[in-house]
Design a protein around this ligand. Structure first.
Ligand code: ADP
Ligand code: MG
Length: 149
């Protein structure tokens, strides 16, 4: 059964607030897939997650060049923030950069920007992820859909 929630946000602060509210419903070991085009608000969403988990949202930036950033959070020990934008869609490459180890970290929450087919396949053997889809509307607001397994 899938549980779905939907939020409409009219600015980055509202996206952060929605993410912070969602963060409070998460448990250590949860994996979030962040789907959405460039500038949809995926990194903004992660900033809200860190805020909701009692970490320092000011530390959150786009990890496009470093691939993984981990933020210490009061309520989930760590939030791992992964950006697969620059990775090949290839399971061996994902393993080589250590993604499997992060996904198997039961004490942490992992949020993944740009999950490709290979990421979905790798995760399928480990856990059932929460899918967050962010779309930009014509008036620049964002629709955020949350699909829980
Ligand atoms: P992504 O990580 O998906 O590429 P970012 O979160 O880095 O996107 O950037 C989204 C940009 O859009 C930021 O400059 C942010 O301030 C802006 N923005 C405007 N409205 C919103 C909104 N409702 N939600 C999220 N971001 C918004
Ligand atoms: Mg980003």
């Amino acid at each position: 059964m899938t549980r779905e929630d939907r939020f409409l946000t009219t600015g980055p602060e509202a996206t952060e607030k929605a993410a912070a509210d969602i963060a409070r419903t998460l448990s250590p070991g949860d994996i979030l897939m962040l789907e959405g085009d460039l500038a949809a608000g995926k990194t903004t969403f992660v900033r809200g997650l860190v805020r909701g988990l009692g970490g320092s949202p000011g530390e959150v930036s786009s990890p496009t060049f470093v691939l993984v950033q981990s933020y210490e959070c009061r309520t989930a020990s760590w939030l791992h923030h992964v950006d697969c934008y620059r990775l090949e869609d290839n399971i061996d490459e994902l393993r080589a950069v250590g993604l499997e180890d992060l996904l198997n970290d039961d004490a942490a929450i992992t949020a993944i920007e740009w999950p490709r087919t290979s990421v979905h396949r790798l995760i399928a053997g480990i856990a059932r992820p929460i899918i967050i889809s962010i779309t930009r509307n014509s008036d620049d607001s964002r629709t955020i859909e949350v699909q829980r397994p």
